[in-house]
Design a protein around this ligand. Structure first.
Ligand code: ATR
Length: 266
């Protein structure tokens, strides 16, 4: 079976390593390739996938722009407005979003509870949207803070969530059960944090969806304060494991996927 990842750029992706390890562990013949797809070539790439592939993952910058090219969307993908997994079924392209359930599976695995809990999301981009949707579906009370408040407002109106304004940020952070960084702060500069130093939940868990570096500044501070933490690798692995299941009909060996990703990260 032919699988792959469409995005731009894709050369540093861990997905080929994780997915090929999962194929091997399941005893399945197949390949998973990074298919570099600059935006002007998206249409041509999807024709190729329709013709030859069992399925692909979709990453930046195509998670939203791919929607009009698909024949069908899962209810999650439609509600989130973003697709990270395409299944090609008899040349029909069906879009799914496994980022949302992948995030939840990561919390479950780490023993972090969210049902009826107060979750505060930092950021209002595509990743925030999938996570906010998933948490709300699972019965969490979700609030969103973003540097650009208008973006948080739009997200909250679309999904029925609470906006947190700048003056209320401190109180919202301190009282939340679950703080989730979905911004890119900490990705390029490991010393930067989306929150001022010392501002942390009083007793809530801290999740950062960044997986490289494995310990962001925010997570380091949370660990020092004795709070439960979770990094971004679990969401990456679980979204991949759920995509694998959609393509193959077989459960992925999640531990093998973790090992492949960690080996690659070094
Ligand atoms: P993704 O799809 O990965 O979520 P995105 O749509 O580019 O990426 O969103 C990036 C998020 O990180 C946004 O919430 C962005 O805030 P703005 O909407 O104000 O741009 C946030 N972000 C990026 N750099 C930031 C910074 N230096 N400080 C605070 N927030 C930042």
């Amino acid at each position: 079976m032919k699988l792959g990842l469409i995005g731009f750029p894709v050369e540093h992706s861990l997905s080929p390593w994780m997915q090929e390890a999962a194929l091997k562990a399941a005893g399945l013949e197949g390949s998973y390739r990074a298919l570099e797809t600059p935006p002007p070539f998206l249409r041509a790439r999807l024709l190729e996938i329709r013709r030859d592939y069992t399925g692909v993952n979709v990453t930046i910058p195509h998670k939203e722009s791919v929607l009009p090219h698909l024949d069908e969307l899962s209810p999650e993908a439609r509600a989130i407005g973003a697709v990270n997994t395409i299944v090609c079924d008899q040349h029909r392209l069906i879009g799914y979003n496994t980022d949302a359930p992948g995030f939840i599976s990561g919390l479950d695995e780490a023993g972090i509870s969210y049902r009826n809990k107060k979750a505060l999301l930092l950021g209002a981009g595509g990743a925030a949207r999938a996570i906010a949707y998933a948490l709300k579906e699972e019965g969490a009370h979700v609030a969103v803070y973003n540097r650009t408040q208008g973006r948080a407002q739009a997200l909250c109106e679309a999904l029925g969530l609470h906006v947190v304004s700048e003056p209320l940020l401190e109180a919202a952070v301190r009282s939340c059960d679950l703080l989730i960084n979905t911004t890119s702060v900490g990705l390029q500069d490991p010393l930067s944090s989306p929150l001022p130093e010392g501002l942390l939940p009083r007793e809530g868990a801290v999740v950062d969806i960044i997986y490289n570096p494995p310990l962001t500044r925010l997570m380091q501070e949370a660990q020092k304060a004795g709070l439960p933490t979770l990094g971004g690798l679990s969401m990456l692995v679980w979204q991949g494991a759920l995509a694998f299941e959609l393509w193959t009909g077989v459960k992925a060996d999640v531990q093998v996927m973790y090992e492949a990703a960690r080996a690659r990260l070094g």
